[in-house]
Design a protein around this ligand. Structure first.
Ligand code: Q9C
Ligand code: ZN
Length: 621
């Protein structure tokens, strides 16, 4: 299933007709440059191209008042002076005779994308539109936005497709207060926004952009605001916000559809945002969102004013939507203290509304989503030369049998192909009796064949190879150990969680932060005998671990696993959507305790584990 790209050239028609330094950045070149870059990189050609249609009056009416729509309709016939006067009645807005047409196309593009995804014609997609939408309100244009494209698409998905849970992720650098107002009392739409805030000193200067605005009435907890109080936020801050705020809440919410208010003014170089996140970061964020809602992600362009940065970020997002591995993130993966303060303040504000952010345990369930069964398998055939395989196997009694040796040959072959970049990932089946020995050889071989840092995630009863050196090149993480223990910064063990909440916390609050901090160039996942993970859990784990290692993941599966496991693993490693984990059950007190203890021990070295700044903000510790 593919990726849609919705666009219409007419959306380049609107432009600023007078002098206004605040508005001139919202220009037609934003679209043409991004589209050209998608074509240059061959990405546009890999998408299903859809020509945008205009939203109907009734569709605009899902969000906007009839008077406001009529007013906009009237702008088509106005002269420049009248347009300028009318524009002056709104904050940071300009109108052009083509604005009404463009804005109807922008909303229509979002609708077409949602229809294509919910009809199953594509799995996901991006609508490249202008004017943007997330600041626009029921009867007001605001911040370059005329109609609220994403809000209209969400209402449409509810009304026309009967959806009950929609997640809106607004990663534009400005607060989408328009979306917040439209859904603030609606528990069926979860709105997440991070935004430059600077304690209220940044546009649009709203008290309700702060972390303590959490929604109203039945919508309490369904507005999640993460204010950035300093500029300069980068890759580590954005990934930390996803791991420690958005994803725990989103997995618990269990959306049927993810809409992204995809503004790229939160990327490096943008004059509005002044942030530092590189374009690659948006590939990672996109990949993480694809773990939700069966991968049904509909992104709609919002802001983004640095043409080069915008184009690169758009390409990164489309690449990730297409399922390509995300390039590794550059720079130190250490969140800023100010970011951690913000993250902690949202967690505190939202804790009353989300089990996944709480520390006390009560088992509850949330509705399920269907698991689509996999159909195609990624199959890597081949074997390392026999002499080489035998040489690696020699020290291990468990590898003496032919069957074990044959399996090892395949593992070594895959490992080499991954390390020299011919394939990005692979799966190999290992005999139960040889699991530990095969893993031992795979680690040594990986390190001697070019991996600088190797993350080994051993699931089940797999002992750490006894003479593995603790030199910082291998991070050994065992899930399914007897107890939670960090024997060193590179040797961590945690019991297998028994609840979905415990599993998700383990992955989001421990495994991924460690992995993103360590920045491995290869990940080995070994699902040992009786590993105890359910197939969707194993698939989610493998899918998520593509992120920190540039997609270089080798999974060793015990032969006693179900045949479906290899199939679902092959699919997710190929970039397909991860299956649903099923009903959410809260982590047990023991599981929470184990994670807290490990986090305490490991945080000094692995900074992505932090959820509060070291100085200790309110409610930390
Ligand atoms: N220097 C969008 O990104 N100007 N709208 C703020 C602060 C208004 C942004 C001035 C920015 C509107 C969709
Ligand atoms: Zn913006």
């Amino acid at each position: 299933m593919g990726t849609a790209l919705v666009y219409h050239e007419d959306m380049t028609a609107a432009r600023l007709l007078w002098d206004d330094p605040e508005c001139e950045i919202e220009c037609p070149e934003r679209l043409t440059t991004a589209l050209e870059r998608l074509q240059q990189r061959g990405l546009e050609q890999r998408c299903l191209r859809l020509a945008a249609r205009e939203a109907s009056e009734a569709e605009l009416g899902l969000v906007h008042s009839p008077e406001y729509v009529a007013l906009l309709q009237g702008t088509q016939a106005l002269g420049t002076g009248e347009l300028q006067t009318l524009s002056g009645q709104y904050d940071a807005v300009y109108f052009h005779p083509s604005t009404f047409h463009c804005a109807r196309l922008a909303a229509g593009a979002a609708l077409q994308l949602v229809d294509a995804v919910l009809a199953g014609a594509v799995r996901n997609g991006l609508a490249l539109v202008r004017p943007p939408g997330h600041h626009s309100q029921r009867a007001a244009a605001n911040g370059f936005c005329v109609f609220n494209n994403v809000a209209i698409a969400a209402k449409h998905a509810q009304r026309q497709h009967g959806l009950h849970r929609i997640l809106i992720v607004d990663w534009d650098v400005h607060h989408g207060q328009g979306i917040q107002y439209i859904f603030e009392d609606d528990p069926s739409v979860l709105y997440f926004s991070w935004h430059r805030y600077e304690h209220g000193r940044f546009w649009p200067y709203l008290r309700e952009s702060d972390a303590d605005a959490v929604g109203q009435g039945p919508g309490l907890g369904f507005t999640v605001n993460l204010p950035w109080n300093q500029v300069g936020m980068g890759n580590a801050d954005y990934v930390a916000a996803f791991l420690h705020v958005l994803l725990p809440v989103a997995f618990e919410f269990n959306p049927e559809l993810v809409l992204v208010s995809a503004g790229f003014d939160s990327a490096i170089g943008d004059p509005e945002g002044q942030m530092q996140a590189t374009p690659e970061c948006f590939a990672h964020l996109t990949q993480l969102l694809q773990m939700l809602a069966g991968g049904r992600v509909c992104a709609v362009l919002e802001g983004g004013y640095h043409l080069e940065s915008l184009s690169q970020s758009v390409c990164m997002m489309v690449q990730a939507l297409l399922g390509d591995p995300a390039p590794p993130l550059s720079g130190p993966m250490v969140p800023h203290a100010s970011a951690l303060e913000s993250i902690q303040s949202v967690r505190v504000a939202q804790a009353p509304h989300w089990m996944s952010l709480q520390q006390q345990a009560v088992a509850l369930t949330a509705p399920d989503a269907a698991l689509a069964l996999p159909s195609d398998v990624l199959c890597e055939e081949g074997s390392a030369p026999q002499e080489e395989t035998q040489a690696w196997a020699r020290p291990h009694e468990a590898l003496a049998q032919d069957r074990a040796l044959t399996a090892l040959g395949k593992v070594l072959y895959l490992l080499d192909r991954i390390l020299d970049g011919q394939v990005s990932s692979g799966i190999a089946v290992t005999p139960a009796s040889a699991a530990a020995a095969t893993l031992d050889v795979a680690i040594r071989c990986g390190l001697s064949h070019g991996a600088q840092r190797l993350l080994c995630l051993a699931v089940g009863q797999l002992d750490r190879p006894p003479d593995l050196t603790d030199d910082g090149r291998t991070l050994w993480l065992n899930i399914g150990g007897k107890e939670a223990a960090a024997l060193s910064m590179f040797h961590v063990s945690v019991p297998l969680p028994g609840t979905t909440g415990g599993f998700l916390s383990c992955v989001l609050a421990l495994v991924l932060p460690l992995a993103y901090s360590f920045q491995p160039d290869l990940v080995l996942v070994a699902l040992g005998p009786a590993h105890g993970l359910r197939d969707p859990q194993a698939a989610l784990l493998a899918a998520l671990l593509r992120g920190p290692a540039g997609g270089r993941v080798l999974v060793l599966v015990d032969e006693e696993s179900t045949p479906q496991l290899a199939v679902v693993l092959a699919r997710v490693l190929h970039g397909e959507a991860a299956p649903s984990l099923g009903p959410f059950s809260m982590a047990s007190p023991e599981e929470v305790q184990a994670l807290m203890q490990l986090r305490g021990q490991l945080e000094p070295r692995w900074k992505m584990l932090q959820v509060a700044s070291e100085a200790g903000g309110p409610g930390s510790g």
